[in-house]
Design a protein around this ligand. Structure first.
Ligand code: MG
Length: 227
């Protein structure tokens, strides 16, 4: 396999997950005893541990309050999500399923590049029947800092799936400037998709090499891969 495409999940492949939002509320209350949620910060494009950390800082906690309970929080977040995802009303973004199927047909190696913890990422995608397409990834459970996830995902592709391409053959697809930033920092191609809270102009300004309105543009997407 000589092409690798790494997809963000939230607002790129799926619309939204109420269960993920509720898992944060539950874990903040259970572990830190605080009634809060991810909306107190701009969480778009951030990793789960980063969201946790930034929310707690915004709520006035300091590092010595946060650090000792960090792992407990992430375990609680994951456990809540896995126990409750069955009733989550997640919608797959228009065009996403057809695009992924076509990329698989064309022997493109598919991965994830997401701030979600790995357990949450696959539980979410399995719930809507997409999980099996994605063979590997870089996840919020690997690192707090999104740009660290790209080299990890590429290494996994090389070590476990005979990916023999290079950075030129690797693409990251996401809906936020932070998705674009992670790809740019790693020196791979970036595709910004305006299906979330950021416009085509904002994604272009953030440095995206390519921009698309959404994933319904199958031909547009395939053209990008051939460039
Ligand atoms: Mg996203």
């Amino acid at each position: 396999m000589n092409q690798l495409v790494l997809f963000d999940i939230d607002k790129t492949l799926i619309n939204k997950s109420e269960c993920h939002h509720n898992a944060f509320i539950y874990a903040f209350e259970k572990i830190y005893n605080i009634d809060t949620n991810a909306e107190v910060i701009n969480y778009h494009g951030k990793t789960d541990p980063q969201i946790m950390h930034e929310v707690l800082i915004a709520e006035g906690l300091n590092e010595s309050d946060i650090c000792p309970l960090k792992d407990n929080f992430l375990n609680c977040l994951s456990n809540y999500f896995i126990s409750n995802v069955k009733s989550d009303e997640i919608e797959v973004m228009d065009g996403a399923h057809s695009l992924i199927k076509e990329l698989e047909n064309q022997k493109v190696l598919l991965g994830l590049l997401t701030g979600n913890m790995e357990s949450i990422a696959y539980a979410k995608l399995n719930h809507v029947g997409l999980g099996h397409y994605f063979k590997l990834g870089g996840f919020g459970s690997d690192s707090y800092y999104r740009p660290n996830l790209v080299p990890l995902a590429i290494k996994r592709a090389q070590n476990n799936f005979s990916f023999n391409g290079n950075k030129k053959n690797t693409f990251v697809v996401g809906d936020t400037p932070l998705d674009v930033d992670a790809g740019l920092k790693a020196g791979i191609n970036t595709i910004g998709v305006a299906s979330g809270d950021y416009s085509l102009i904002e994604l272009k300004k953030s440095g995206a090499n390519f921009i698309l309105n959404d994933l319904t543009d199958l031909n547009g997407f395939l053209k990008i891969l051939k460039k």
